[in-house]
Structures are given as structure tokens and as C-alpha cells.
Design a protein around this ligand. Structure first.
Ligand code: NAD
Ligand code: AKB
Length: 321
């Protein structure tokens, strides 16, 4: 093999929640023209990912994936394309096809072209039998289709690493909270939606119970963690390389609503659990991230107070601009 066709970066599923932040950060670090955003879905007209190269691309289309890699001179793929938990439970077949099929397509291309890959996992790999503070290594028995596809993604990544030497890395992201793009059909979306509703309507109807506690993370920490992992020396990474637990913060939906009402006068929140409660109940309250801390120096910077202050400030600023 002659080595990868180039050193540029391809981001799949870039029109989504993480893509909006990750593409901007990768471009500011490695150069605007060196990061090619892609998605099956046309980005919004004001999407920050259109401030540089963009190609429509389905991760299920192996031929287009190959031609994109060759024509764009790609050396690394950040593979974000996926169907998240709530959408995935309403269409499990689509969830399996995109999450498992898309990951195989990316890993096959990586194997053929000698690419590096970032393929995120999720706290959804854990099931109801997991300890409430999920250890790095524990039986993974998720009850959602989404969680099962994420376990399969970690297994596939380890197989491609061990059998073919493909340098694949991943993080089990907690629920991510951000303001640049809306959340995309997950269970933890309430922790994003609540901010917009608070500012626009002064009220939010939350689809999980007040005492629902989940691991969460502000997007800035997630992006910093992602790039730190991708820049970590390969010899530092052990057998958790395809799915590191990463802690940020952990709070109940009620605690989040209280923190917002302390800062948004008159804000009220009702709790009306729907089917997503079941998915949330199957996930842990928190994660033990000591392996990521030990192997590549992970440390979060945001707690609940710092995140709520910044979310409100950024959402108000984008609203008035
Ligand atoms: P998102 O739903 O916001 O974005 C996913 C994108 O994938 C969408 O823009 C969608 O159009 C695209 N997509 C769907 N099918 C596709 C296909 N066939 N080809 C190309 N693109 C396709 O999701 P996100 O929040 O940005 O998540 C990105 C990754 O991070 C996913 O693997 C997800 O499981 C993982 N993750 C996210 C969170 C979170 O809270 N956001 C938490 C844990 C893990
Ligand atoms: C979801 O809720 O589906 C995602 C996740 C935790 O993977 N945000």
C-alpha cells in the first residue's frame, strides 16, 4: 500500500449536532480547506459547516465514499453519521443499517486506503444491569437498538485495529449540550431543548422525570476530548481505544431546570415523561473515566453552573444577532 491519498480530513454526518462544532474546530486547527464536511442531509443555509468544502455523501454508498477519499485526498475520517436513540427506537431497521452498515463502510475504506478513523460510541452501550457509575470495563447489555449498534461499532473498531491495523479511536460520549446546532433525535435532547424554550417561551415541557439523572457534557469539552484522543500517541492507548468512558458532569433534569430558573426570571418547567424515559432509565447516572484520564490525560473543564451560564449567554447572543 502506498499510504493514504492525502492528509485532509473527511467528516461524515457533519450537518448534525456535533458536526457543527467539530468541523469549525478542525478547520481552525488544520486549515479551512483541509476539512471536508459531508452528510446525506443538506446543511441549513446558515450552517457553519458551509464555511469550507462540503460534499453530499451517504455513508452507505461505498463507491461514493471511495471516490470522495481519492478526489479529496483524505487521510482521516471523523465518522459522525448515525441515527440516535429516540429516532432509532422508532425505526430500528434504519438505525441498524446506518449505524452498523455505515461504520463497516467507513472501516472498509480505512482499511483499503490506510486511513485513521474517529468513530464515536455512547453511554447508550450500557444497559440496566450496569452499575449506576458505569465502569470502563463491564458487561454491555443495552436494551435499545441504538445501544446495540454502538456496542457493535466498538467491536468492529477493535477487530479492524487488531486484524488490519486500522487506527480507530472512539469515545462513549455522554449526552452533549450545545448551542450551534439542534440535537438530533436522541434521549438526552431535553438538556439542549430546554435552553431554547426557556429563552423563547419561558417554559419547557420536559419528556423525562424530574429525578432522571444522566451523564452529560458541554460540547466544548467533548470537542477538546475528541481532538486530544486523536492526537494522543498511539502507544498510550490500551484496549479501551474504541470506546473510552468520558465524564463531564451528571445532573437530574430537575437540577438543570432549577439552574435555568435561577438565571431566567419566570422560567417554569413541567415534567411529562414519554417513551424516552425508558431509554434514559436504562443508562447509568455517571461514568468512571479513570482510563481516559490515565492514558491520555482527559480532564473536563465544565460543570453544571459554567455550562448553564455559557449556554444562556451564547443562545441569547445568537438570538439577537
Ligand atoms: P445528529 O443526529 O445530530 O447528526 C447525525 C448526522 O448523520 C445527521 O446530520 C444525519 O443527516 C446524518 N446521517 C444520517 N444517515 C446518514 C447517512 N446514511 N449518510 C450520511 N449521513 C447520515 O448526531 P450527533 O449528535 O451529531 O452525533 C454524532 C455521533 O456522536 C453519532 O455517532 C452519535 O451516536 C454520537 N453521540 C452523540 C451524542 C450526543 O449527545 N449528541 C452522545 C453520544 C454519542
Ligand atoms: C442519545 O440520547 O441518543 C444520544 C446519546 C447519549 O447517545 N445523545
Amino acid at each position: 500500500m502506498d499510504g493514504p491519498p492525502g492528509e485532509r480530513i473527511l467528516v461524515t454526518g457533519a450537518s448534525g449536532q456535533i458536526g457543527a462544532d467539530l468541523v469549525c474546530e478542525l478547520r481552525s486547527r488544520y486549515g479551512r480547506d483541509n476539512v471536508v464536511a459531508s452528510d446525506i442531509r443538506e446543511p441549513e443555509q446558515d450552517s457553519p459547516i458551509l464555511d469550507g468544502p462540503y460534499r453530499p455523501l451517504s455513508v452507505l454508498d461505498g463507491d461514493s465514499m471511495e471516490s470522495t477519499i481519492e478526489e479529496e485526498g483524505i487521510g482521516t475520517i471523523y465518522h459522525l453519521a448515525a441515527i440516535l436513540s429516540a429516532t432509532g427506537e422508532s425505526d430500528p431497521e434504519l438505525c441498524h443499517r446506518v449505524n452498523v452498515g455505515g461504520t463497516v463502510c467507513v472501516l472498509e475504506a480505512a482499511r483499503d486506503f490506510g486511513l485513521r478513523v474517529y468513530a464515536p460510541s455512547s453511554i447508550a452501550v450500557f444497559g440496566p444491569d450496569s452499575p449506576r457509575i458505569a465502569p470502563q470495563v463491564t458487561p454491555l447489555n443495552p436494551t435499545t437498538m441504538y445501544g446495540k449498534t454502538k456496542v457493535t461499532g466498538e467491536i468492529l473498531a477493535m477487530n479492524y485495529w487488531k486484524q488490519y491495523g486500522v487506527d480507530v479511536r472512539g469515545i462513549r460520549y455522554p449526552g452533549l449540550v450545545s448551542w450551534k446546532a439542534p440535537a438530533g433525535g436522541g434521549t438526552t435532547d431535553y438538556a439542549v431543548d430546554i435552553f431554547r424554550s426557556a429563552i423563547e417561551d419561558g417554559h419547557y415541557e420536559c419528556f423525562v422525570r424530574e429525578d432522571t439523572k444522566l451523564p452529560m457534557m458541554y460540547m466544548d469539552d467533548a470537542i477538546r476530548g475528541t481532538i486530544s484522543l486523536m492526537e494522543a500517541p498511539i502507544e498510550n492507548l490500551g484496549p479501551s481505544r474504541a470506546g473510552y468512558n468520558l465524564g463531564g458532569m451528571s445532573f437530574t433534569a430537575g437540577e438543570l431546570a432549577d439552574a435555568i430558573s435561577e438565571r431566567v426570571p419566570g422560567f417554569t418547567c413541567d415534567f411529562a415523561p414519554d417513551v424516552r424515559q425508558e431509554y434514559a432509565d436504562s443508562w447509568p447516572d455517571d461514568v468512571d473515566d479513570s482510563t481516559a484520564r490515565d492514558e491520555w490525560g482527559w480532564e473536563p473543564e465544565y460543570d453544571l453552573v459554567k455550562m448553564v451560564d455559557e449556554m444562556l449567554e451564547m443562545m441569547r447572543a445568537t438570538q439577537s444577532s
